[in-house]
Design a protein around this ligand. Structure first.
Ligand SMILES: [Zn+2]
Length: 439
């Protein structure tokens, strides 16, 4: 019922207008959003059960009748994983003739291919445009997008979102920050969309050479620490807003509002679950695509770990928010310090002077105790005691809970200092490793 009403409403009342989509979509009561989601879920299950070999096989193996599936729990342990996408032929996921393909490479080798129709890409861009509009992008603005192009989806979605908004757009792949900086005056860009590390280098150039009037910066959120964000905001004197998404999910699925306190999710087109939440509510994000029909993904395990922010957002939007991504599920190590993610150590180490970019933290065992060992490469002849005390100080101030467990004796800290270049042998080392004996 909700699904059909939504389609009619979108077609007749909202039409192509992005401002109308924001106006109508922003304050829909939770009960109606929930109804739209449940209808959308049933519809995509019905579609995939008939047309997607991979999903039909899974239902079959477990003897589940798709017409009885109403919510994700009814599917038991049926998921789609990145390994499935990598190892099974594309035909097993396709439910129709595709017109576009994008790829994504993970940390564990091999690319995942995700197929779309033109209409699906345009549809995604429409919601991306709505999020950008809500954050203040208007016709007449000039946007430069420096997301890596290649087979990735994000620069295309940004490009099409700009087209919808009537915004001048340069989606130029990922040039050197200097190349964009040198064109800022000529093209009068006032909105920037980029990756965090690119933005930091770009801002360093601007700090030296002078800034231009920029009103808004969008950053792909997963590696944007608050320290980076503060720096970029300070240099450009404008808000840096984080977005979240991936090629498998079909581009952006969430974005912060200008309050910048968690990312609102697109619950009209995706059904999100947080799997096996820990005591703090953190668990793995699982997503079902509700609107795609060429290659829908049913309960796709994104592997990113986050939690719901339950309180309603003061901005008034009724779409729920998630907290910043804490890390990848397969990078998590559970130990005496708590649930550890590489992001924690990135936050602790990034501004410690005298260290190279490459580091590793290992969880070891000594007798009955966990040891958290920092393996760090010293540069610039800075003394190891100075580094050690800076690391301890950062842990104490930035992760008081983790530090409290240290004071309670639940784990010990250790440091190993190595000459620059010794950790990196051919490939980047894993940033967090568990070297405890499983016995
Ligand atoms: Zn908000």
């Amino acid at each position: 019922m909700f699904g059909r009403a939504r389609n009619l409403f979108e077609r007749l009342i909202i039409g192509d207008s992005v401002p109308a989509l924001v106006r109508w979509g922003k304050r829909v009561p939770r009960s109606i959003i929930k109804g739209i989601q449940e209808d959308g879920f049933r519809a995509v299950i019905h579609h995939a059960a008939r047309r997607q070999k991979f999903f039909a096989r899974q239902l079959d193996e477990r003897g589940i009748d798709p017409s009885r599936v109403r919510r994700p729990e009814d599917l038991g342990d049926i998921f789609t994983t990145s390994e499935d996408l990598r190892s099974q032929p594309a035909e097993d996921f396709l439910c129709g003739e595709p017109q576009l393909v994008f790829e994504t490479t993970g940390t564990s080798g091999g690319s995942k291919r995700v197929y779309f129709s033109y209409d699906e890409l345009e549809f995604t861009a429409r919601y991306e445009a709505a999020a950008m509009y809500e954050d203040g992008v208007r016709p007449g603005d000039r946007l430069v997008c420096t997301f890596d192009a290649g087979y990735w989806i994000s620069s295309w979605v940004t490009f099409l979102a700009c087209k919808r908004l009537g915004v001048f757009c340069s989606a130029v792949g990922k040039p050197h920050p200097r190349d964009v900086y040198s064109r800022m005056k000529e093209y009068r860009y006032n909105v920037i969309t980029a990756d965090p590390t690119w933005l930091v280098s770009f801002s360093e150039i601007a700090e030296q050479g002078g800034v231009f009037p920029v009103k808004l910066i969008f950053a792909a959120g997963d590696r944007m620490t608050e320290v980076y964000r503060d720096y970029v905001q300070r240099v450009w004197k404008c808000p840096v807003v984080l977005g979240y998404g991936s090629t498998e999910q079909g581009g952006g699925v969430g974005m912060e509002c200008l309050r910048r306190e968690g990312m609102h999710l697109d619950e009209y087109n995706y059904y999100f679950e947080i799997l096996e939440p820990d005591a703090d509510g953190y668990g793995e994000l699982v997503v079902t695509t509700l609107s795609r029909r060429i290659m829908p993904l049913i309960r796709y395990r994104v592997r990113d770990v986050t939690r719901w922010i339950e309180e309603p957002c003061p901005c008034g939007a009724t779409l729920r928010r998630i907290a910043r991504i804490r890390g990848r599920r397969d990078e998590m190590v559970v130990m005496g310090a708590g649930n550890m993610y590489p992001e924690i150590f990135e936050q602790v180490l990034h501004d410690v002077k005298g260290l190279s970019e490459t580091w590793q933290v290992a969880v070891r065992q000594e007798g009955l105790h966990d040891v958290l060992e920092f393996r760090l490469e010293l540069t610039n002849g800075i003394s190891s005691p100075a580094v050690e005390s800076a690391v301890r100080e950062n842990m104490k101030s930035r992760y008081p809970d983790v530090w409290a467990n240290h004071l309670c004796g639940m784990y010990r800290l250790a440091f190993r200092f190595l000459p620059a270049g010794s950790l990196e042998q051919g490939r980047k080392p894993r940033r967090l490793v568990d070297e405890r004996n499983p016995e």
